[in-house]
Design a protein around this ligand. Sequence first.
Ligand SMILES: CC(C)(COP(=O)(O)OP(=O)(O)OC[C@H]1O[C@@H](n2cnc3c(N)ncnc32)[C@H](O)[C@@H]1OP(=O)(O)O)[C@@H](O)C(=O)NCCC(=O)NCCS
Length: 175
Amino acid sequence: MDQKPQRRESRMWRIELTRFDEFARGGDDVRMVRTDDAVQLGALFFTAFKGTTDDLQQTEADYRAKANALFEGLYGDCILAASSVVERDGELLSACVVTGYEPYDCPLIAIEATRPSMQGNGIARRLVKASLRNLVIAGHSACRAMITVGNGPSERLFERCGFVPRDIAPPGCGQ
Ligand SMILES: CC(C)(COP(=O)(O)OP(=O)(O)OC[C@H]1O[C@@H](n2cnc3c(N)ncnc32)[C@H](O)[C@@H]1OP(=O)(O)O)[C@@H](O)C(=O)NCCC(=O)NCCS
């Protein structure tokens, strides 16, 4: 019988933005996410998550649907002002999308993904910090991220950005 991998536990991570004093700008290749990025975002998410702990054999179409769902508010209103991409020569290399998921008391980094060939260059760190900076500017005092337990690169990324691990939470990131 065809069995899809089971989703693993996720952990909530949080940063208090009152302590966030690194007002880093993203850089010249960073721009705000646009809703017409959905197709490119689907392709980016598909390649980034393939083979990771979050890979539940989703197709590129599944990830395109996820990108559309992010814009349509399925994970809370998309906070475009704090969501950004790195784009070079018309190609998306990395993306960070932030939402205002209603049950939480603060915004959530719903997804962060970097094209595999570009990973390890500090791009995700730049985007997450740019998001935090824009959240501070918009008056938010905290931010959350939900990370699958054992997703080492993601845990390392958010730890390096100042997030601290909190409770085990329902599945979310990469879903
Ligand atoms: C997690 C992810 C976004 C990191 O992207 P990235 O652009 O490579 O990250 P950065 O280069 O900015 O690295 C940030 C930190 O994480 C560390 N890191 C990144 N990839 C790593 C890896 N494979 N193993 C260990 N550490 C890693 C970096 O060394 C860096 O830490 P440092 O400052 O101490 O050196 C990327 O691996 C990815 O797209 N993964 C698949 C999607 C995913 O799981 N997203 C997260 C959940 S939404």
